[in-house]
Design a protein around this ligand. Sequence first.
Ligand SMILES: Cc1cc2nc3c(=O)[nH]c(=O)nc-3n(C[C@H](O)[C@H](O)[C@H](O)COP(=O)(O)OP(=O)(O)OC[C@H]3O[C@@H](n4cnc5c(N)ncnc54)[C@H](O)[C@@H]3O)c2cc1C
Length: 555
Amino acid sequence: MEKSYDAIVIGAGSAGCIVARRLSEDGQCRVLLLEAGRDPGPLETPAIRHPYPLSAYDAALQWPGLTGQIVGGADRRMARVPQGRLVGGSSSINAMVAMRGIAADFDEWCEAGAQGWSWRDVEPYFRRLESADPHRDCDDAAAIAIARQAASPHRRLSNALLHTWEDAGYPRIADPNTDFRDGCFVQPVSTDRGGRCSANRAYLGTATRARANLDILADTRCLRLRIAQGRVCGVETESAGTPRVFLAPRVFLCAGALQTPTLLLRSGIGDAAALEALGIRTVADLPGVGRNLQNHCALPLGIILKGRKGLPPGLPTAHAALRLSSGAHRSSGDVYLSVWDRAAWHAAGSHVGVLNVVLHRPASSGSVTLRSGDSRIAPAIDFNMLDHRSDIERLSMGVRAAMEFLESPRVRAIGRGTGLVKLGKAAAWMGFRTSATRLASRAMTAASGLWPGLLSPLYALAVKPLPDPLLGPADLQAMQAALRASIVLQYHQVGTCAMGPAASRLSVASPDGQVHGVAGLTIADASLLPAVPRANTNLPVMMAAEKISAMFLNR
Ligand SMILES: Cc1cc2nc3c(=O)[nH]c(=O)nc-3n(C[C@H](O)[C@H](O)[C@H](O)COP(=O)(O)OP(=O)(O)OC[C@H]3O[C@@H](n4cnc5c(N)ncnc54)[C@H](O)[C@@H]3O)c2cc1C
């Protein structure tokens, strides 16, 4: 028997929790929220709440089998792509850094055709979204809490770099979410009462879950949309091998920047020629679906911290940051240096600090495409990073600046062995928290207590000398090869169903999220953002979900 609703929301992540909450505020609107992963409940587990992002190291909370090509061509490299797969989505496994981006990000969206998304337009939604009190319990607050991180003597790398940046003349910025100058600051985090404040906790709390008109169906994967005569009318799902269909005249796509385009393509919405080659009947010919995949890339520089005391495990990992402009191509705030005072969750990771050099305004973009019409086969993800010459120039400028800061007397006083963080097989194995790796971590702690210095060779394995072309002036090709071999993904993918005017060939949805040519179908997640902001993406995605919900409810 097919069950009917007024609206179905696909994906209970940063965006989906907000959309389901807002739509179900109208008691007459029967809402179904579908989530492929498990439901930890409104109060979540201690590992999800933990301020050091322990949940990021739990494979059971992530999509299995998602891999993407970081760079293509002869030096092609693949990497695992983490994405949250639970009620709360990636907001329940991310590093909790709470940045909005800079005003120019949104003004540029607007200039490129996303009418109504300038900084002036979006700023009230950020304020509303961030209005919860970090000192109080945020269960069902309908807003997340943004906390300023307290100073701590344990944050030796952050403290040394903040002073070094001030010595170099950068202003110390009190609130990087309202003051968009180049400068250094401590990054705010989304926490309430010291623990993670996820979209699930803040928007699908105890009271909202008690609403009679909201059903949350976890462990249920949407396979494709049902569309008849140019209008969406339901979704096909499967749960533990059992297929089910749900009907609704409105469907909101919130499956994230990798899965939302995948669902559209499987449902016949995308480039007609590519769909037909896979035997999928075209419902709407929208060549932009899956194109314009934007993400930040980073070069992680490591430093082995002196002394026996690492960062205690109960603090967020990300702390100090420097926003700076490369000066290339008149781009401002396009390079971002961000400190992790602890490289990983385990004992060895607490003795290595990381300075991530992030390219915050990439010119390169990639794609998400189908390999097959079969819904069991993961999409092909091509990030195509550093394809653009200006990306190479700007990232190498950032690397040189970062190396100078790491060689400063203040940093040398607390660390040694600066270089590139490159993980071998053993470190990759330690990347996930399993019973075996937790045991290994405990053994490391015990052994290093008995024999100080025992772990030093392990750190040296993770921090390698920086390749020559990145140390001094080198030709573009040599720099390109060195960077392409070493960069890592940030997990800030956006843009694969970009909003814009219907006349624009690559736009997929109008600025109110409505998919061109398919009535009743709205996109409200990271895929809708036309360009990646100069920030981690959780707050911008949540802002977009609030704004799309408001536009829908105020029609
Ligand atoms: C490891 C990691 C660290 C990060 N750190 C930060 C950070 O510190 N600060 C920051 O601002 N941003 C960070 N981000 C990015 C940020 O969390 C994301 O940009 C944001 O959560 C994206 O929201 P979304 O709603 O688009 O997707 P998601 O939150 O990923 O939600 C998508 C949801 O849809 C579900 N879904 C997908 N397909 C289907 C389907 N077919 N059927 C049913 N359900 C489906 C998924 O299981 C998931 O729950 C991080 C991301 C990751 C992965």
